[in-house]
Every structure is written in C-alpha cells, then in structure tokens.
Design a protein around this ligand. Structure first.
Ligand SMILES: C[S@@+](CC[C@H](N)C(=O)[O-])C[C@H]1O[C@@H](n2cnc3c(N)ncnc32)[C@H](O)[C@@H]1O
Length: 208
C-alpha cells in the first residue's frame, strides 16, 4: 500500500482518504505520471483496456480517454468502497468498474488488448500472485500488452526507514525485481523494465 492501510488480503477500504493521499503523494505530478503509464502501455483508440487493482479509477479513466474513440476501459478491484468511488467519480459508458480480484478475473479468454496496473501488484497476496499473472495472460488476446507499475523502494537508509515507518515493511521491501521473471513464467515475451516518476518500477510485456 502506498497510502491507505490495507485490510485483510491487501484490500483498501478507505477510498476517499486514499484519493486525497494519492494527490498529496504525487504532489501535482499524478496526471503526468499516470499519463506516462498509459503511454508506456501503448493504449490506442479502439483498445479494450483492463486496469487491475484500479482503486478509485484514476488510471482507468486516463486509459479510457486514450482508448477513445471506439475503445473502453474497465477497472477491477476487490474493495467495494473503491469501486463505488471510482463509479461515482469516473464511471461512464466507456469507463466501467467491477468488484473482482486479479487472481480470479471474470472476463472470458482474450477479452482485452491491454492490461495495466499501478501500485497494486504488492497488494495481491503472494501465494496467489502467480495465479494473477496467469489470469492477465488468459484475458489478453494474442499480441496483447501488459504494463505493471509498482512501488520501487528507495535505496537510502533514511528513506527506507521512513517508508517502513509510514507505509509498512511490505512496501519498504517490495520485491519489484520479481515481476519481470514472473511475467516470463506466465508465458509473456518482450519483457522490459523501466522507471516512471521517482518511485514507480514499470514492467512491460507482450502475449505472443
Ligand atoms: C495502492 S492501491 C492502488 C490503486 C490505484 N491503482 C492507484 O494507482 O491509485 C492498491 C489497490 O489494490 C487493490 N487490491 C488488493 N488486493 C487485490 C487483488 N487481489 N486483486 C486486485 N486488486 C487488489 C486494493 O483494494 C487497492 O484498491
């Protein structure tokens, strides 16, 4: 969790507080940072996009805008308060939200052109994270693309201490280096890693 304490199984219940904290943490750079994720994912008009662990739907809405005209985005999150907030603030005919978990997606095989996710991978319980990546592979069409962005812990001792004290050990020790090999293990190819903003580690890959 970057901001907002998760409850059982990594689910965040305080949707409005999370939204405010998200704005504070990105310090005026939320639009730019999330816009960069949409660009890195290569979302184009007509694409069908899935946002996993969408929270209040900020990235989902930007993806829906990039997929217009003709495309759409759906955000999935197990937190009903998050999905409710996302629907109220960002829902529309081409930007929809559903309660669901990454490790058990409801969509049929090959539904999406693009899957994106921000700051959510570390919330998926470790014991089902591999299953979640298999699910991402399953719901993408052949040639479909995935972009997973998650919190990259700082290297400095003081910064690490601060992250641990404010956000917990899960974020301080977040093993983002495991995402790329796990995507390869799920069957993805062309796996590449990059940074976005000061604390996001991005992994992109393609379903052959
Ligand atoms: C830190 S928030 C990120 C929200 C949003 N993507 C953003 O960048 O602002 C992490 C989200 O992951 C969700 N989450 C927790 N467990 C999950 C799971 N198994 N599958 C999908 N999402 C999950 C939480 O409910 C929470 O809304």
């Amino acid at each position: 969790m970057l901001h907002g304490k998760p409850g059982a199984n990594g689910v965040i219940g305080h949707a409005r507080a999370y939204e405010v904290l998200s704005m504070v943490v990105f310090a005026g750079r939320r639009r730019r940072t999330f816009g960069r994720l949409v660009a890195l994912a290569g979302v184009a008009p007509g694409d069908r996009v899935l946002d996993i662990g969408c929270g209040p739907g900020y990235l989902t809405a930007l993806a829906a805008a990039a997929a217009a005209p003709g495309g759409s985005a759906v955000g999935v999150d197990p937190s009903e308060p998050m999905v409710g907030q996302a629907r109220r603030r960002r829902g529309g005919p081409h930007c929809t939200f559903e309660v669901g978990r990454a490790e058990a997606l409801a969509a049929p095989d090959g539904t999406f052109d693009v899957v994106v996710s921000s700051l959510a991978v570390h919330h998926i319980p470790e014991e089902v994270r591999g299953t979640a990546f298999d699910e991402v592979f399953r719901v993408l069409r052949p040639g479909g693309r995935v972009l997973l962005a998650d919190f990259r812990p700082p290297r400095g001792r003081l910064a690490r201490h601060l992250v641990g004290a404010t956000a917990g050990a899960g974020m301080r020790d977040n093993p983002v280096e495991r995402i790329a090999p796990m995507l390869t293990g799920a069957g993805f190819t062309a796996v590449t890693e990059s940074a976005a903003g000061p604390f996001l580690h991005c992994v992109r890959a393609v379903k052959p």
